[in-house]
Design a protein around this ligand. Sequence first.
Ligand SMILES: [Zn+2]
Length: 475
Amino acid sequence: MRTRLLSLFSLLLCFALSSFPPVYAQDGSDKPPTGMTIHVVQRGETLFRIAQRYGTTVEDLVRLNGIRNPAALAVGQRLLVPSPPVPEQVSIGIPTQYTLQFGDTLFKLAAAFGTTEAAIAQRNYITNPRQMYIGQRIVLQEGSESAQGIKTGWIHRVQHGETLYHIAARYSTSANLIRLVNRLRRADLLYVGQPLIVPSDENGVPLTDLPVPLARFEMTPAEQGRTSALRIVTLQPTRLEITFMGKSVTVFSDESQTLHTALIGVQALAEPNIYPLRMVAALTNGAQRTFEWRVYVADGGYRSEAITLSARQLDLLNPAITQPEEERVRQAVSAITPRRYFSGLMGLPCAAPVTSPFGTRRSYNGGALNTIHAGTDFAALPGAAVYAPAAGVVVLAETLTVRGNAIIIDHGWGIFTGYWHLETLNVRPGALVQAGDVIGTVGSSGRSTGPHLHWELFVQGVQVDPLQWTRQSFP
Ligand SMILES: [Zn+2]
């Protein structure tokens, strides 16, 4: 089966290799010598990065360009660099007919041509596969939907250590499109020297199935009161601005400005519905592109409860008392630290059962269900240790009226955790804590009916279910 697949593939390739590579006119007085090209230095580029990009070394660039001080590159400076190897351009012949050979089965044909046994059988009126014969002309389906209409491409031979994503990035196309056109059933099974067709338009410009500059866009499900992660890969350095549900979301980009991550906290009281996600992509050449997607926010499945408070307890709901404290907490969790302290799963802050989950809708003394339980309660004995669930920096450790003895930890990237009603505070603001460090002990201080730990998690200011972070790690 393997051999059969390969020979079908080489057949495809022979088809493909029969056209001529395009000829590009190169006029102008500053034409670089043969095998060389001109690179114009962009903002933020170093000789190291340029060398990497063209598959050469810093030493060679220094020598070629007579550079005296490699650290002092000027934006706009023109550098002579070795031309990247020019790939062959081919026309892609997607066969529409095939003559049956010895040993062919519907299963093998379906695998080789990226279709299903049923589709081939239907198209060729095959009711009994046992009656197929050598030399039978089989009509095949056109290529898969996204690969349709692609007539030309480049042949790329897989290099050692390359993945489909590397190749896609190199040609500014998408890995998925290369997979489709080459009918790769397993994107992770590439071998060195394997010829791959990189689809392009007639002018040799590689195609992508996402709008430029996007190469990948992945979003985990958005749900009331939960955290959703957004991972975006761009084909060139890009600055992204995202707005979701009317709120601006800070995006964190890697050094190359091509891998972008955003964590979105969905309000627990948001109505399940379709909401627009707007993204503005600013390219380094000053061009801007705006995208809008529709994102479904699903129901979080929360329950509701009615709470009766005494006159004295009700007095603690008085805005005159709660407002300044709300402000204090809001201000403490509003910073967005670019340094990321958290990684992997969060630990539990307390070795005790959960008595009240996050998100329960609450009505006080018969009022409307317009508030939620904004954290997770653990029923622990007074004095039980409270642990930092992840690394971070303590930004608040003080006594508040409603929350009692409270601690807030900044985990970076706009992620904060809060611990209320503590008995003792074992840390001070500014302290760097690691996952598992004891930060305080369980108590019943502030507006509390008995000893318990109330644990909160904020994502860029929005309170979400903290337990999700103990079950799911975020990029
Ligand atoms: Zn609570």
